[in-house]
Design a protein around this ligand. Sequence first.
Ligand SMILES: Cc1cc2nc3c(=O)[nH]c(=O)nc-3n(C[C@H](O)[C@H](O)[C@H](O)COP(=O)(O)OP(=O)(O)OC[C@H]3O[C@@H](n4cnc5c(N)ncnc54)[C@H](O)[C@@H]3O)c2cc1C
Ligand SMILES: NC(=O)c1ccc[n+]([C@@H]2O[C@H](COP(=O)([O-])OP(=O)(O)OC[C@H]3O[C@@H](n4cnc5c(N)ncnc54)[C@H](OP(=O)(O)O)[C@@H]3O)[C@@H](O)[C@H]2O)c1
Length: 462
Amino acid sequence: MTFALIGAGFSGLGVAAAFRRHGIDYEQFEAADAIGGNWHHGVYETVHIISSRKTTEYGDFPMPSSWPDFPSARQMLEYLNAYADHHDLRGGIRLSTKVTRVEPVDVEAGTWKVSWERANGERGERIYDGVVVCNGHHWSSRMPKYPGAFGGELIHSKSYKSPEQLAGKRVLVIGGGNSACDIAVEAARFAQSAHISMRRGYWFLPKTFLGVPLVELMQPWMPPFAQRAVARAMARVAVGPYERYGLQHPDHRPFDRHPTINSELLYYLRHGEIAPHPDIERWDGRAVRFVDGHEEEIDLVIAATGFDVRFPFLADGVVAWKDGYPQLIGGLVPPDHKNIYFFGLGQPRYGAGPLITAGADLLCEAVATQRRLEVPLGAVLARLGSRPPRTWLQDPFAVLRQVRLGKRLMPRLPAIAPLIMGARGRRRGPRAPVAATGVDASSRAPSRRAIGGDASAREGFR
Ligand SMILES: Cc1cc2nc3c(=O)[nH]c(=O)nc-3n(C[C@H](O)[C@H](O)[C@H](O)COP(=O)(O)OP(=O)(O)OC[C@H]3O[C@@H](n4cnc5c(N)ncnc54)[C@H](O)[C@@H]3O)c2cc1C
Ligand SMILES: NC(=O)c1ccc[n+]([C@@H]2O[C@H](COP(=O)([O-])OP(=O)(O)OC[C@H]3O[C@@H](n4cnc5c(N)ncnc54)[C@H](OP(=O)(O)O)[C@@H]3O)[C@@H](O)[C@H]2O)c1
């Protein structure tokens, strides 16, 4: 079996390492010219993580203990490169190769045609026995819309890279998330003036409390209500009423939305270096009118309004969408297709690494289980009550519990499936033989021409 892995960021590298551990053959595609995903090309140069070092490192590869609690983007990139070297992943990665299309070939067998284009214009395609999509969920910019036309410069936070972009400008940042607050704070330091517009109140929590990174204060044994109570108590003690900072009171419970962890926004608000505003009512040239009737002349608006999840290369009909969410059972697999997995879409309340390592092991179990099932794994999981997520927010402890449960359940599914799926769940006789490449010899062995004559790029692959 040969899988195609799409993306060599935090998630894709974690999946590749797990595939190596479990002996699953794969080829990995990375559109960028280097590995690391967001930490290579997607974040502003001054960012430091909000999740702490200990809660962000992969489960199988610690960050150096000499590193700070909140490593920089540069350190994150260094770490991901060290991880790739540690697991000897580089030979399996085709850099500067963007997957342009993924389509089912034989739905019954669960095979997939993957097409790609290299930065030099070369194209190729190959049929794989499976696909793992790790294309990230912080790249497709979500832009807000207001009546009127803005006469200044309007960019998304994705396009914000360095404080030089702010110098000498009257800057308005839109949003109450971590990007908005980080950038508003940079504007307070570097811009002519800094403003922030938030359409509601949010829970702003300090990065550390009692000298400990906030995310490390939450413990696995704490039920959600206790975690919320701790967050409320911390906010009360460390911050006080948000109204004192000119902000709205949160209209939701802590953790009902992604928490904003920032110790500097409130500091600069109290120093008058950032002016808080409610939602925007309309644009009028350079003037921005807010819903409270106040107006400001602005040169640069940075919409830190988040991202959409998208799979632009995926053939229509593979994944259904509802209210902006792909209908993936357990956030991992569609109900009607075999051997396609979507990985790393969740937004955990702390760092990504531990969840990636544990989740990638579960993914490998899922791959092995699917081979023993006649029907799509997603159909079996759906029958057992697993549903598509209705939010990307993740309680990391709940996810780790689900992963542990999933690992125990997966090997049992082939025995359970016939009972819960009826005749559909039974495995039929052996399939056509699978060639050493992992591609069915009968119908799918791709010619060198079919894979784009890309012989040199294939040489490094296992
Ligand atoms: C400003 C900012 C700060 C953050 N801070 C934290 C933090 O403190 N802690 C934390 O845990 N997380 C943080 N994150 C979240 C961050 O997205 C994750 O840490 C991590 O980068 C997600 O990894 P990923 O591999 O899922 O996605 P990405 O990092 O986005 O990697 C996806 C990869 O897939 C590649 N790709 C996409 N489409 C294709 C295609 N068609 N063909 C081939 N390759 C493709 C991309 O080039 C990219 O390399 C932050 C994000 C941002 C934007
Ligand atoms: N230092 C760091 O480590 C750091 C820095 C930046 C980002 N990150 C991470 O990167 C990820 C993305 O963060 P993000 O801040 O870019 O996105 P985000 O968490 O999705 O936040 C988007 C913000 O924009 C608001 N918003 C969305 N649409 C809007 C609209 N039409 N009008 C007004 N406001 C709107 C949202 O408010 P509503 O809640 O009302 O929708 C929310 O406050 C997160 O995981 C975050 O933790 C980390």
